[in-house]
Design a protein around this ligand. Structure first.
Ligand SMILES: Cc1cc2nc3c(=O)[nH]c(=O)nc-3n(C[C@H](O)[C@H](O)[C@H](O)COP(=O)(O)O)c2cc1C
Length: 361
């Protein structure tokens, strides 16, 4: 087994152990936040990854927190994504759609002038979202409004419908975004969730929303098509919770019981990459025996090491895949990497998106 050998993810044969990590790039067509030909070109260029996980995708209008991120709840959005999935499949790739609800990491601009929603009315300190105006602006996230139980049930149903829409759009599965400070993560943590009902308090209660979302998606499209991303050690977006690691370990047992396709650990946000203790990795592996994906500042050496140690099955690469569409071949041949242009990450056109040199594919 090596980074470059094939891997069986349930009934999908992946051409290698490399995953393209989910990355928001804000290049949808407007109006309507619709995936388009430019995005199809960008993703197809990267189809030599064993598995592509798309950028985070809205399940409803309320779930949006940044300009120009894609949705998958309207007919036009589903049609737009079909261009992307068929372009990837034509190149022999496999692709999952990352589904998110941003919760309190949003702004009234996206909420018809009203406050964003969250588990509790607690603002994410020092957290900003990106709005496209002349050149783009970062705005602070205000205090959210706490969701009612009825509203939570609607969001669970929205996730399940989005999962069905993703299958209709040709995706091989969905990844539920349960990390990085967005709505599901906000429910998991004591510093963003101070509810006193069945969705707050002890670990079981804080896990309830995550588990309801996953169960609904499993029922909608099948466990083999559902993965989840969690971020136990990442604390940005005001997410420092002393109980999160224990909460996620309990989640891993429950997720295994549902037999979902994979658990994806988000280990770093940019350069905030805390060291993950070996004891955590081993314990997680014990509880969650299906596929484990890891992501966060991996290079070839670290990736091969963790695969050999048996502590992960697949390794995701983020920024390296932006600048190097042919990353698997470059890594295998030991070729030099292209430099990432930090100014063209969010919004814009093909510049810094689909125009990075592709030497090998
Ligand atoms: C431009 C950019 C956008 C990102 N958008 C998302 C996203 O939509 N969903 C997500 O779960 N993570 C997102 N991430 C985090 C990446 O998936 C990945 O975990 C992170 O970049 C660390 O991996 P790396 O060191 O290989 O880049 C994003 C990262 C970057 C650089």
């Amino acid at each position: 087994m090596s980074l470059f050998s094939t891997y069986q993810l349930n009934n999908k044969s992946l051409r290698n152990h490399m995953v393209m990590a989910p990355m928001t790039r804000c290049r949808t067509s407007q109006p309507g936040d619709i995936a388009n030909d430019l995005m199809a070109t960008y993703y197809a260029q990267r189809a030599t990854a064993g598995l592509i996980i798309t950028e985070a995708t809205q399940i409803s209008p309320q779930s949006q927190g940044y300009s120009f991120t894609p949705g998958i709840f309207t007919k036009k959005q589903i049609e737009g994504w079909k261009k992307v999935t068929s372009a990837i499949h034509d190149k022999g790739g496999v692709v999952f759609n990352q589904l998110w609800h941003v919760g309190r990491v949003s702004h009234p601009i996206f909420q018809q002038g009203k406050a964003p929603v969250g588990p509790s009315a607690l603002p994410p300190i020092e957290t900003q979202i990106w709005v496209a105006d002349d050149g783009g602006t970062m705005l602070d996230c205000p205090t959210p409004r706490a969701l009612s139980v009825e509203e939570i049930k609607v969001i669970v149903a929205d996730f399940a419908q989005a999962a069905k829409n993703a299958v209709e759009a040709g995706f091989d599965g969905v990844e539920i975004h349960g990390g990085n400070g967005y709505l599901i993560d906000q429910f998991l943590r004591t510093n963003s969730n101070i509810r006193t009902d069945q969705y707050g308090g002890n670990k079981e209660n804080r896990l309830r929303f995550l588990m309801e979302v996953i169960s609904a998606c499993v029922e909608a499209i099948g466990a083999d098509k559902v993965g989840v991303r969690l971020a136990p050690y990442v604390t940005f977006k005001d997410m420092n919770c002393p109980e999160i690691v224990e909460t996620i370990l309990l989640a891993s047992k429950k997720l295994q019981a549902l037999n979902i396709a994979y658990l994806h650990l988000s280990e770093a946000d940019w350069d905030d990459a805390p060291e993950i203790p070996l004891s955590f990795r081993k314990e997680l592996r014990q509880y969650f025996t299906n596929t484990v994906i890891v992501a966060g500042r991996y290079d070839r050496q670290r990736a091969e090491k963790i695969l050999l140690e048996g502590l992960a099955d697949l390794v995701a690469f983020g920024r390296d895949f932006i600048a190097n569409p042919d990353l698997p071949t470059r890594l295998k041949k030991g070729q030099k990497f292209s430099e990432l242009d930090g100014n063209t990450l969010f919004g814009g056109n093909e510049k810094g998106y689909s125009d990075y040199p592709n030497y090998f594919e």
